[in-house]
Design a protein around this ligand. Structure first.
Ligand code: NIG
Ligand code: FE
Length: 389
């Protein structure tokens, strides 16, 4: 993760949205077609576009009231127990039209691009009924057709037990397994299925039931695990060889051990610990164990209201003892692996999508070091240099 392969004075030749050639600046002319446009980026540092592998960025409403409560010392779990938290966003999202959801999301996607993110995973999970979960996934599908951003869609019907099923949770699990999943699989509305495996949310056996059903229908498993308590989510993710297991603030030594024997990518969410004043995931232990740690924002209105990947890098470096190089690998190539997209995005390599960000910084370490401002000078998405108003 520390070997990021810096090339000084490089050129990149892009054609039809893909990277065709990379090499020393002086050698590029022999590879150029006659009609090529040359852009002088010698004033900038070029990095692959960020891959934000865990977000809940389609939602309605906002929760600054909870933010204020937490400042007074009330915890995220307490707020949730009083009917706020995820369920508050569920109420707002159920009440919103698909058009309204998309409108808010387009603004956020535009801003994400401006901040250097070119691929993003988006979860449903603020519907918790058939109608709204499908509305969210359709919104995500349409965004992915209409917006420049590369989007990976995830079904997270198992984000919380909806109030209607509070007294008969098995009924909700059945609804997910027998109705929602088959419908979503048939219409290919999601690539991944995720479950929030946590005390007060979904147990390990419920998560297993849902993910096994999802896998039998061709969806790939993901898991929210060990965020507040280690109830066994990580061993389940490893057993299922999940594409990723996310959060891990309270991962145990056993959890680390089982991940080492799986292909599951651990995705850490520094912004959540920062925002909720919770412990940080043991990034050092995971990386030193040889695991391909990824970092994502978890952007959502409750536990991390930020989609700034450079801010996540700063938090990772200052609070989790990751080096700037590890933070770059974790937000690009390893993040792509957490979405099964590492052959397409996540690095500046021949054959990959030409998603390249040019930063106005003296060197790559400045990105996490000089924090709290946007260093992006230019965004190249699928080979096109974007113009921002
Ligand atoms: O990843 N942990 C569960 N879900 C989100 C929080 C969602 C919310 O609070 O709205 C998370 O942190
Ligand atoms: Fe999340």
């Amino acid at each position: 993760m520390r070997e990021i392969g810096v090339v000084e004075d490089a050129s990149v030749f892009i054609e039809d949205g893909f990277i065709r050639w990379i090499g020393p600046a002086g050698d590029v002319s022999t590879n150029l077609t006659d009609d090529a446009t040359i852009f002088d980026a010698s004033a900038y540092v070029a990095l692959p576009g960020f891959v934000d592998a865990h977000t809940h960025m389609v939602f309605a409403g906002s929760r600054e009231d909870e933010f204020a409560k937490r400042a007074e010392g009330i915890s995220y779990q307490q707020i949730a127990a009083e009917g706020g938290g995820i369920l508050s966003t569920v109420r707002a999202t159920r009440a919103a039209s698909k058009k309204e959801l998309k409108k808010a999301a387009v603004r956020r996607l535009d801003q994400m691009l401006k901040h250097g993110t070119t691929t993003v995973e988006i979860k449903s999970g603020y519907g918790l009924n058939e109608e709204t979960e499908i509305k969210m996934l359709e919104a995500i599908r349409e965004l992915s057709d209409e917006h420049l951003m590369t989007i990976a869609p995830t079904f997270l019907g198992a984000h919380a037990i909806p109030p209607e099923y509070a007294e008969r949770r098995e009924g909700y699990i059945e609804l997910i397994c027998d109705r929602m999943l088959p419908y979503i699989a048939r219409r290919k509305l999601a690539r991944f299925c995720d479950v929030f495996c946590e005390e007060g949310y979904f147990t390990v056996s419920e998560a297993r039931l849902i993910l096994e059903k999802a896998m039998s229908l061709g969806l790939e498993p993901k898991l929210h695990a060990d965020e507040f308590t280690a109830i066994g989510g990580t061993p389940l993710a490893a057993t299922l060889n999940a594409t990723s297991v996310d959060h891990l603030e309270h991962i145990t030594s056993e959890g680390i051990e089982v991940l080492m024997n799986s292909d599951t990518v651990p995705v850490l969410l520094p912004g959540v610990s920062f925002f909720l004043k919770n412990p940080y995931a043991p990034a050092r232990r995971l990386i030193d164990a040889g695991l391909p740690v990824a970092i994502a924002t978890d952007f959502n209105p409750g536990s991390c209201m930020s989609f700034s990947m450079p801010l996540m890098m700063t938090i990772a470096c200052t609070q989790m003892r990751m080096t700037p190089e590890e933070a770059i690998t974790a937000t690009t190539l390893n993040a792509a692996a957490a979405l099964g997209l590492s052959s397409k995005v996540g690095s500046i390599e021949i054959g990959k999508e030409a998603d390249i960000i040019l930063y106005d910084v003296p060197n790559y370490r400045f990105l996490a070091y000089h924090f709290g401002i946007n260093h992006v000078a230019h965004v190249i998405k699928h080979g096109v240099m974007l113009e921002f108003p």
